[in-house]
Design a protein. Sequence first.
Length: 718
Amino acid sequence: MVSLTTYVSIALLGFAGLVRSYYTEPYRPQFHFSPQQNWMNDPNGLVYFNGTYHLFYQYNPNGTTWGFMSWGHAISTDLVHWKHLPVALECESDSNGNVLQMFFSGSAVVDVDNTSGFAVRVGTDRHGHAIYSKPMIAIYTSNYPTAHNQSNGAVIRAGQQSQSIAYSNDNGLTWTQYEGNPVIYGPPPQYADQYQQFRDPFVFWHEPTSKWIMIASLAMEHILLFYSSDNLTNWTLESQFGPANARFGQWECPSIFPLYLDGDMDTEKWVLLMGINPGGVITASGTQYIVGSFNGTTFVPDPTNVYDPTQVPANSTVFQDFEEISSTFEQIGWNSTGDFAGLGPQNASTVQVWNIEGYLGTGVLTTYLFGDIATGTITSPTFNITKNYISFLIAGGYYPYNPATAGTPQDNQVSFSLIVGGQVVYSQTGTDTEDLVWRSWDVTGYIGQQAYFLVTDVNTGPFAHLSVDEIIFSNSPKNEANWFDFGPDLYAAATYNGLSVPDRTVIGWMNNWGYGQNIPTSPWRSAMSIPRNLALKTINNIVKLVQQPVQELSSLYTSKLYSHWFSSLPSGETTINVPAPYNTQMKISVTFQRGSGTKFGVILRSNATDTQETVIGYDFLGQSVFVDRFNAGDNSFVTWQPNPFPGRYVATLATSGPITLNIFLDWSSVEVFDGTGQVAITSQIFPLDDSAMVKLFSVGGTTKNLAVSVNGIKSSWT
C-alpha cells in the first residue's frame, strides 16, 4: 500500500514537472495570450470592471481548428499575466449531435445601473439596505447551424445569425442566457436575404443619450447597422453606414469608440474599426479604421477619411490606363515576351476569369490570357520619376517577388515591379481577389532617376495571374483605406469597455484566415496580439490612429542586455550578443538617421548560414518600414497554392528626422511599432531552434547616430 506521504510526494513531483513544462511547447508565445489548448480566434467581450480585465474569445473546446464555437474566458489585473477560467458560453447540440447554437463574436458590458433588470440581491449593508450585483452582459451572435424551434417560440432557420444576450451575476464565472433570445432576430427587411451574414455586435453605453448602442455587421453587404436600447433587450434600428473604403470580402467584428484628438479633451472624435476578410492590405484578412463623428444615432466620417476609388489625387498624371484594347503592348510603347508577345490590353468585362471588379474605363493589363498557364513578361517604356508617389490598381493571385529566388528555377512570382538602376525597388503581387485595389509607392527618394515597370508572370499554378490598371504619378498617395496594421497577422481587433477615453486599449487576433488553421502549433492554435493603447494624433495635417504596446508590458522586461551607440554603422552586417533565452523573446529599440546608406535594419532569429532570418528595417529611399519573413522559418504547413504565408510587408513612414523602431520578438511572432505609433506591423514566424542570432545591418553605405538597446522579456506564464 502506498502511504499518504508517498502519494503526496509523487503528486508534488508531478506538479513540479508540469510547472517546468507549462507553456514551453515549440512556438508557444511567452508574453502573448494563448489558450492552454485547442483553437482560438477573435477576442470577444473585452470589459474592465473592479480592477479586472476580462478577455473572452472565440474557442473550440473540441479541437485545434475552427468549430463548435464557444466563448473561452481569461482574466488579468495587468493585461500581462492571465488566469484561465472555465468556458463561459459553450456550443449547444441536441441529443442526436446536431449543433443547435454556436456563440459567435460579440462584446460585453457591465450594467452598473441595472437597466436590464438582471441584478440579484447579494447582501445587506450596515444600514440594512439591500446590496445588488452589477450584472455583466454578454452580447453575441447566435449562429444556428440547424433549423429548430426554440422553447420561447422563436422559429430558427438553418444558418441563421441573430443577436442574443446572456448575463452573469458572479463577475463572468457562470452565465444565464436570456429567455427572450434572440433580442434581434434578423437584419432589417430590406436586407432580409442576409440573415446568414448578420453578426458581431459591439455594444457600449453612450452617456450623452443615456442609451446602449450596438453596431453590427451585414458582412457581405459591407454595411454596419446602428441600434439603440434602454435595457439591452429591446433594440431600435437607428442608422446604417457603408460601404466605404476597403469594400472587399466580409466586413466583420466592427467597433466604435471615442478618442481625444492630440490629447485635447475638448476635441473628441470617433473611430470605426472593422475587419476585412479577404481583402486586407496583404492578402486574406486585415483591419481598417475610419475617423468621424457620432451623435448617438449616426456615424459621419470625416471627408478626409473616406476615399472614392474612382477619383485620383489632384494634379496627378496618368502614365497608362490600358484603354487601347485594340492595340498590342508594342503599339502602346510596352514590350512583351513569352505567351504575351503580340498581345495587348484586354476588355475587362470580357476577360474569361472571375469577374474583375473596380477597373476604370474599359481596358486592363492582365496576364490571364490563356488561363493561368500563360507566362512571360510585360515591360513599360522608361520614364523619369518626377513626383512623390506612384499609384495603381492591382488584382490577382498572391505570388510575391522574392529576391532570393527571382530568376531561379524556384521563382514563382506573379508581380508588378518598379525597376530603378536595374534593381527592383518596389514590387506588388495580388491579394487573392479579382477586386482591383489601389496600392501606392513612395518614390520621393528616387526623384530624378529613370525607371520602368515590369510585369512578371512565371507561374502556371492556380490563380497565377495579375491584372493592373490606371497607373498614375502624383504628389500624394491614392489611398484606399486607413490600415490599422500593415502586417498579415492582426485581425478582429476589439477594444475594452469600462476604461476611460485616454486608456482605450485594443487586442487583436494574431493570425490570418488565409492559413490560420494550419500553423504548426500544438496543443493550441492561435495567440492574441500585445494589448495596445490607442490615441488620435495629427501628423502632417492628417488625423491618424496611433498605437503603442501597453505600459504594463514593461513589468516583464529584464535589465538591459545590450546597449550601444554607433556614431556610424558601416555597410554590411554587425552581430550583437544577446544571451539566451532572451535572444528569442526580447524588446529591441533602435533610433537612427540616414548616413550614406539606403537601408537600415535588424535581423532576428538568424542561423549561422543565413538561410533563416526575419528582417525588420527602414528603407530611406522609399521612406518605409518593412518586415521580411520570406526566410523566417517553417511555412511548409501551407500545402496549397498560392501560399499566402511568405512575404515582405511595407508601411510608409515619411520623416526627415531620427527614426525609432520598437520591435517585440516572441517565440513565434514579431510586432514592430515606430516611435510615433503610426506604423504597426504584426507577423507570425516559425523559426528553428538553432536560429537565434541577432544582427544589425546597413545597406549601400552607413547609418549614423544609431542607438540600440535590448531588454529581454520574461515569460508571463511562469
